[in-house]
Ligand binder design. Structure first.
Ligand code: NAP
Length: 295
């Protein structure tokens, strides 16, 4: 049997898509999870389950034993860099041969100092560059599945579309394309070690989204004039502070660029916002159902 691919964050949003793809390609997959019962409910016996926690080095060392490749993913949190570096170092020490990291959006990382989330991902990327292991960091732009459902709900409820970024554009990416790229990079014979900046095919703003939704819903969809300012409480969590910073950076136009990375890696164009909205509103969006309760 081939060495397993270890997937961290496997039971989360993107992780589930990555595991499903690896399993469909007959890969031997091991998932690290704090909730083995939940992982079993999601994946059945198609994967090996390693019960563990990033905060428990003994469980991490057990999870990386004998793995070949590592998909490194963890949620937005104040411990992101410590957690990911711990797994990366343990996997390297255990003889793993490649790490594919799901990083932050490029515009949160570069230039440094503008995003606590981007800085945490940058610290992991920096550590990976110092480890004797082949690796690649994937820097996806904002995910359609996270950003667009709220706008769809607003339009369906007859409300004006409003978001923190108002007139600014974003080259949203479909998380299915991120999963496709991640699996490609895990299984490819050769990879390029420099960060891959993953975006959708085009930059769209709120007015363009309203135009698409109006066409699909057969009624006008208006856009609120003013951006909703992000207010950060002094005692806000890491995640809330990070999200407020994202909104500010997006509003400043920093997410408004697209790259050819998805096309050049996969040999096909990334899914567009129009495709995503059309699938969603014709109820086929979740043609690829998540195995768990979240969607
Ligand atoms: N959303 C975006 O637009 C966007 C854009 C760019 C980059 N990103 C990056 O994408 C990542 C988030 O991806 P996601 O939304 O798919 O993640 P998610 O759903 O929030 O991930 C949760 C996963 O992390 C695991 N986990 C949490 N704490 C753990 C711990 N202490 N030990 C072991 N496992 C733990 C959970 O496993 P169990 O509960 O089963 O243990 C679960 O599988 C972040 O790093 C973020 O910066 C997101």
């Amino acid at each position: 049997m081939s060495a397993p691919v270890l997937v961290t964050g496997a039971t989360g949003r993107l992780g589930q898509l990555i595991v499903a793809r690896l399993v469909s390609k007959n890969q031997h997959v091991r998932v690290l999870t704090r909730r083995p019962g939940h992982a079993r409910a999601l994946f059945g016996t198609s994967v090996e389950v390693a019960a563990g926690d990033f905060a428990d080095p003994v469980s991490v060392r057990a999870a990386v034993r004998g793995v070949g490749r590592l998909l490194l993913l963890s949620p937005l949190s104040g411990t992101l860099s410590i957690d990911q570096i711990g797994v990366a170092e343990a996997a390297t020490a255990a003889g793993a041969t490649r790490i594919v990291k799901i990083s932050g959006s490029d515009w949160t990382i570069d230039p440094p100092g503008l995003s606590i989330s981007g800085d945490a991902h940058a610290a992991v990327e920096w550590r990976l560059r110092g480890l004797p292991i082949e690796h690649v960091s994937l820097r996806p732009n904002a995910w359609m599945q996270v950003s667009l459902p709220n706008l769809i709900r607003q339009a369906e409820a007859g409300q004006m579309l409003s978001a923190g970024y108002c007139g600014a554009g974003i080259a949203f990416i479909d998380e299915r394309d991120i999963a496709d790229v991640a699996v490609h990079q895990l299984l490819a014979r050769d990879i390029v070690s420099k960060p891959a900046i993953l975006t959708g095919p085009a930059i769209v703003d709120l007015r363009a989204i309203a135009g698409i939704l109006a066409r699909l819903l057969h009624r006008p969809v208006a856009v609120a004039d003013a951006a909703v300012p992000a207010i950060i409480a002094t005692d806000a969590s890491f995640e809330h502070r990070a999200v407020a910073q994202f909104k500010g950076l997006i509003a400043a136009g920093r997410a408004a660029y697209s790259t050819e990375a998805v096309s050049s890696i996969l040999g096909r164009a990334p899914r567009s916002v129009e495709q995503f909205l059309t699938e969603h509103l014709t109820a086929a969006c979740f043609a690829e159902p998540r195995t768990g309760a979240r969607n």
